[in-house]
Design a binder for this molecule. Structure first.
Ligand SMILES: C[S@@+](CC[C@H](N)C(=O)[O-])C[C@H]1O[C@@H](n2cnc3c(N)ncnc32)[C@H](O)[C@@H]1O
Length: 225
């Protein structure tokens, strides 16, 4: 099992959050040590990148720091988190944050992104709202652009059950994440048809669970021509 440790990019990444209050810095450290965000960032190409549901901007910071020529535009409907993100990695010259979700970004940047990154956000939507959200993500991408979708797999393991309890604590008990009261965790075999129907192709799956107590999984797919 993974021992508590910080990702390799830690010193540079953490420096972005040093102005934040201790509680927020702790949140960022806890997130970095419990999810393989550095492995997600490594799958993001250079160019114009959107991160939808970026929270404090930890993953946006990792992406931006990997390549100063990459421009990252993050959004999150939680205005408190956008305040922290702006006071943190929002000071980097290649990062901008806006309050809102994919729709608000669409108003400004339709069809302009080389990649759209969505990490642990889709499963917070009720399943009947997935098609509309995926359509917004598709429209943010240029044709051929890459969707980088980090999810938690519903693999019926103890890790799956633990992840559901953890989500309930984070959302309902602690109120740390804006939510609709659901955690739709699907097995990987269901994602191919869902993404294809939503207008994506060339799907790849990366198992990122090794060493974690959560069944982390990453899907990438391209906006179909
Ligand atoms: C588990 S956190 C993940 C944060 C960040 N993506 C990461 O991986 O560290 C889920 C985030 O989704 C955001 N969120 C909730 N509903 C959303 C929506 N409708 N659209 C976009 N983001 C949403 C929450 O505010 C929260 O910051």
């Amino acid at each position: 099992m993974k021992r508590f440790s910080l990702p390799r990019s830690a010193p540079e990444v953490y420096a972005q959050f040093q102005n934040l209050p201790l509680r927020e810095r702790f949140h960022v450290i806890a997130r970095a040590s419990s999810a393989p965000l550095d492995a997600v960032a490594a799958r993001v190409p250079s160019g114009r990148i959107a991160e939808v549901g970026c929270g404090h901007g930890l993953l946006s910071a990792m992406i931006a720091l990997r390549d100063p020529d990459t421009k990252v535009i993050g959004s999150d409907p939680d205005e408190r988190k956008m305040t922290w993100a702006n006071q943190g990695p929002g000071r980097l010259p290649n990062v901008e944050f806006y309050p809102g979700s994919a729709k608000e970004l669409l108003d400004l940047h339709r069809g302009s992104f080389d990649a759209v990154v969505v990490s642990d956000v889709l499963y917070l939507f009720p399943f009947d709202r997935w098609p509309e959200f995926l359509e917004d993500l598709r429209q943010l991408l240029r044709p051929g652009g890459l969707l980088v979708l980090k999810e938690v797999e519903g693999d019926r393991s103890w890790r799956h059950r633990k992840a559901i309890v953890q989500e309930m604590v984070m959302t309902r008990a602690l109120g740390l994440t804006k939510h609709t009261g659901v955690a739709v965790l699907l097995p990987r075999k269901e994602f191919g048809p869902i993404l294809e129907k939503a207008g994506f192709d060339s799907m790849e799956t990366y198992d990122l669970a090794r060493g974690y107590t959560t069944p982390h999984i990453l899907y990438t797919a391209r906006r179909a021509a």
